[in-house]
Write a protein that binds this ligand. Sequence first.
Ligand SMILES: *Cc1c(COP(=O)(O)O)cnc(C)c1O
Length: 491
Amino acid sequence: MTATEPHIPAAASRPTQAPLDAAAFRAAGHALIDWIADYRETIHERAVAHLPEPGAIRAMLPARAPEFGEPIARILGDLDSVVMKGIVHWQHPGWFAYFPANSSYESILGELASAGLGVQGMLWSTSPACTEVETHVLDWLVHAMGLPARFLSTGAGGGALQDTASSAALVAIVAARERATRFASDAHGLAAGGRAVCCYTSDQAHSSIEKAARIAGIGREFVRLIPVDGQGRMRVDLLAAEVERDRALGHLPAFVSATVGTTGVNAIDSVPEIAEICRAHDLWLHVDAAMSGTAALCDEFRFVNAGAEHADSWCFNPHKWMPVNFDCDVLWVADRAALVRALSVLPEYLRNAATESGKVIDYRDWQVPLGRRFRALKLWFVLRSFGLEGLRALVRSHVSMARTLAERVRAHPSLELVVEPCLNLVAIAHKGGDESTQRLIDAANRDGRFFVSHCRFHGRLVLRVSIGALATTPAHVEAFTEHLLAEAARA
Ligand SMILES: *Cc1c(COP(=O)(O)O)cnc(C)c1O
């Protein structure tokens, strides 16, 4: 239906479409899989991010939901005629904006299997495999990424999948707040103790840290955003000074979030030095490695793990650089009892023998919602189908493409690297200043073959090239580099 075509209500006599039976589901499912594969095979022919006029997609939709069921074939047809008119192609090989949000065929299959099973995994007993596959796969990842043994479920710690790094930060802050107030805020809320709980992160940290702190009842004023050095790393001397100052004022410093791979320029905080301050002041240390954590699969990039052995919690998003489709964040904690105590509420209707036995994990106590889906399946499918070597090869190829681009930028007379790139993100500025950089960003995105985004770093406009889409090959980055360097001369 087009914008100009009025919605005609269906006549009451029209037969209602019966819900799909198994045979119809098979046919439609096969057609949808074909549609997805066709999309992926031809995605490079599309403009990465061509935006319609605001409201254009809604204008194609009828004003009210249909009274009578429509044939599934027509609904699938509208994926092309409606949905595709407003899709930004995050899986495109020229996707260099924001961060990679990879969705591999393997993870799509895992996602489909999860929907097909349709189980709830809030308790071990509501679907034991949902809990045990997750616990086991997250233990696999501790080994695969060379993370400290304290995060293994076989000790006092363990991992749980969250929807996002934002949720991981929220539950970590709540646990930190409870630990700092000796669980007084658990019983008495924010009235407990009368001391302001303080959180610390760098001014380059992701906005989700501040948001989590605000949701946890810690006012924006008590989220201390610590300045960074020239490479974007938290100034640890200023962190120490701020913690001392808060103590002197009678506040209660509780939580530090170190960033491994800042959103702007992919800076890596010095976690070992931050950890020393956390130890001295008994602060919860959270590490946000949302995008860059995946690099720990490769020995040569294990610098991202520095200091992890001191972290109370550590999270990364397989839904970014690892090819697991959104949503999938891994949160590990060193002391699961602290997290569970902060989040557990046990109503009568959830009591069961397995929980009482103490032999099982009930993941409802590790997250904000009660219900949870079988999110581990897609991670399990990806880890098994790619194998660790397959995943390492992917990470290495992206880092190598980023390095090649960085060297060309370094050698160009009008461009400069804003920070020394350490992994898959290249932060570039035009020496002519912000206006030239803006012209370069516009030019990079102009013909629809590529899409880059921007940030500000120490006040300066930066063109970010984030390399990590599954479909991106060295040839794509080479073509982008030629395009960028040619435009740089004009900007
Ligand atoms: C992307 C990102 C986040 C937010 O991720 P969500 O999973 O969308 O909440 C947080 N921190 C960093 C460093 C990120 O790169």
